[in-house]
Ligand binder design. Structure first.
Ligand code: ACM
Length: 384
């Protein structure tokens, strides 16, 4: 039992700083560290600072499991912030369950999972795939070409997207996968096929450096995002910065948060991020989720005075926070999060411009218990 001492509150941090998903996970790491700084600068929790124990799993799912095991073997550590790829979360899941720890997972994912030992802070498919499919069918057409990295998230996310597209009267004309470490040449055959099949839209579940390689190869092959966009849930500001504005132009992302949103909470967040890291290029929806999850944890810890999972979980369920994206809330039904739902497209200067947003946070429905297309926000609004 962890009691009251003047020791810091140790928490584990498992975001990769090397390997195929380092770009996005570094952004998550920064988000978590910024929130920890803010909490510590304000006096910590009961006068004790939060101490992040940061390990680098190198984008290797098995390393996440080993390092989660190492962290939770420390009697002072019950809580981990971490994981981007669903393959790494699936490795960590049995470890946190066995230790009765708590994993804060700040990443969009494929849904169809629940653990009392995970707090899900990223979007489930009803909060991003569904509105994205509606938007694409209304604006581009109904013939979808799927391209993904070969692991659980793309395959499961495509299964969900295929159902949504079919429900909307659309068609999936192809579903192709590349290796997680795909280089530019690995997309050539797919790009030739896209040129032949002429889909209305490409839905990409490629992740990490593969994203940068795919968009660049598409651009080099004459692909034009303004005519036939690549739409994705896993491409955001950090990958756009890495690929450059020419390759990113016109492409579309659905996410709860974009860096250039208006609002006081976001400008304060960006100001502090810039002060700590010297730039805001790497601020993404996954970074923002890591940031608000640390604050949710700290607010819960203030109430419980212990990092034990059972009391924390009790106060986290239903907890709300004024995040940079707007007000969010942990759904007591399923440990996922009510999130904003937005669609944006990259302009010539490499910035996301909002195309559409829901009028209120969307309740997470990780099992798609309510699969109807028109269930997404009663009144989505289009931005000028
Ligand atoms: C993911 O693998 N959940 C992006």
């Amino acid at each position: 039992m962890k009691g009251y001492t003047d020791k810091p509150w140790s928490v584990g941090i498992l975001f990769s700083q090397t390997g195929v998903t380092a770009i996005i996970e570094q952004s998550q790491l920064n988000g978590a560290l910024l929130a920890i700084d803010e909490i510590n600068e304000a006096g910590g929790i009961e006068g004790r600072p939060i101490d992040p124990v940061i390990l680098d799993p190198q984008s290797e799912p098995a390393r996440y499991r080993e390092l989660a095991e190492q962290l939770l073997a420390d009697p002072d550590i019950n809580v981990i912030f971490g994981c981007y790829m669903s393959s790494s979360r699936k490795e960590v899941l049995p470890v946190v369950e066995r230790h009765n720890g708590l994993l804060f997972y700040p990443t969009l994912y494929e849904g169809f999972e629940y653990s009392p030992n995970v707090i899900y802070g990223g979007a489930a498919p009803n909060q991003n795939s569904l509105p994205l499919a509606m938007y694409l069918m209304e604006n581009y057409g109904s013939r979808f070409y799927f391209v993904g990295s070969d692991y659980i998230y793309p395959r499961e996310s495509n299964r969900v997207m295929r159902n949504i597209v079919r429900q909307g009267g659309g068609e999936v004309v192809a579903e192709e996968y590349v290796d997680l470490n795909a280089g530019p040449e690995d997309f050539q055959a797919i790009l030739e096929d896209i040129a032949r099949v002429e889909p209305d839209v490409i839905f990409s579940t490629v992740v990490g450096t593969g994203t940068v390689n795919f968009y660049r190869a598409y651009h080099a092959s004459g692909g034009d995002g303004r005519k036939r966009p690549i739409a994705s849930l896993t491409t955001n500001e950090a990958e756009v910065a890495a690929m450059g504005p020419e390759a990113a132009l016109g492409h579309i992302t659905a996410a709860p948060y974009f860096r250039n949103l208006p609002g006081e909470a976001n400008s304060v967040f960006l100001e502090r991020y810039r002060a700590k890291f010297g730039e805001v290029r790497t601020v993404t929806s996954c970074c923002e989720a890591a940031y608000f999850q640390v604050h949710l944890f700290a607010n819960a810890l203030r109430l419980t005075g212990t990092t034990s999972a059972d009391p924390l979980r009790r106060v986290l369920r239903g907890a709300e926070y004024e995040a940079p994206q707007g007000r969010i809330k942990i759904d007591p039904d399923n440990n996922h999060t009510y999130l904003q739902s937005r669609i944006a497209r990259v302009t010539v200067d490499g910035e996301y411009r909002l195309e559409r947003e829901a009028t209120r946070p969307i309740k997470p429905d990780p099992y798609l218990a309510v699969p109807a297309l028109n269930d997404w926000a009663n009144a989505p609004i289009r931005k000028e």
